[in-house]
Design a binder for this molecule. Structure first.
Ligand code: 13P
Length: 263
């Protein structure tokens, strides 16, 4: 699978959407995408809570359309198995039909004290299990205001990614998540340039271009503008992915924007 040439719309449901809501949401998104499929290079992924993965996967399996969303999880444990109460391994996710896993989200870095080194171990485990890791990076507001964003991004890229990383990076400035505030086009372009310049240094290979997504208060209204930014390969959507209409509007806006000016 060539992950580098795709554009992505990924919904991170976080610890939201109770069971019935999640199943209904997945069904509505899937049925709509089946009726009006986006072009094949637009990959849609939904990342529900662990508890919904199995049933959503079974429901998705009834739809054989390639336009169905893929399934992602929101974390995994670095070890393949063992006495780790409350944890879920990458292989267990694969057993449930999961193909992507979000790692190092700022909410996990903050609430669970996840370090770059711990995230790198998870990236290794996810990759070994055959999952595509989506690694989140991004600076806090104070770091941005003190002009330290680039060094934070460099540290996170160096620490969280493996050499030969084959996955996706999501730039999610912590101050933009859930705040309704998004970076200006100019700021986002600058940050994407920094990230794209840093990635080959970390990866030490130039035969793979890592797709870089943006996340933080994404809505359908900004999607066209976002997808016209050079070096942006998709969006990681939080609250706007919790309603089928707003998530589908983002997919439609991405489709229109990319169809009118393919990059
Ligand atoms: P919001 O879109 O709700 O700001 O969340 C973004 C996010 O954290 C996605 O991972």
């Amino acid at each position: 699978m060539s992950i580098a040439s795709n554009k992505y719309v990924i919904g991170n449901w976080k610890m939201q959407a109770r069971h019935d809501h999640g199943l209904k949401l997945a069904r509505e998104v899937t049925e709509n995408l089946e009726q009006a499929p986006p072009p094949p290079f637009i990959k849609t992924v939904i990342c529900p809570p662990y508890t919904q993965l199995s049933e959503i996967h079974k429901n998705l399996a009834h739809h054989e359309s390639p336009s169905c969303p893929a399934l992602g999880a929101q974390d995994c444990y670095p070890a393949p198995s063992g006495p780790f109460t409350g944890d879920i391994s990458a292989k267990m996710l694969v057993d449930l039909g999961v193909t992507y896993v979000i790692l190092g989200h700022s909410e996990r870095r903050q609430n669970h004290g996840e370090t770059d080194a711990a995230i790198r171990q998870k990236v290794k485990a996810a990759t070994a299990a055959g999952l595509i890791p989506i690694v989140c990076i991004g600076e806090h507001l104070a770091e941005r205001n003190e002009g330290r964003a680039a060094s934070v991004l460099a540290r996170q890229i160096e620490g969280s990614l493996t050499r030969g990383f084959r996955g996706i990076v999501a730039y999610e400035p912590v101050w933009a998540i859930g705040s309704g505030i998004t970076p200006s086009r100019e700021e986002l372009q600058r940050k994407l340039n920094v990230i794209h310049a840093l990635l080959p240094m970390r990866l030490m290979v130039d035969d793979f271009r890592v797709p870089v997504l943006y996340g933080g208060s994404v809505t359908a209204a900004q999607t066209s503008s976002l997808f016209s930014i050079k070096g942006l390969d998709g969006v990681l959507v939080g609250s706007a992915s919790l309603e089928a209409k707003s998530f589908l509007d983002i997919i439609r806006a991405a489709t229109e924007s990319l169809s009118s000016s393919p990059s």
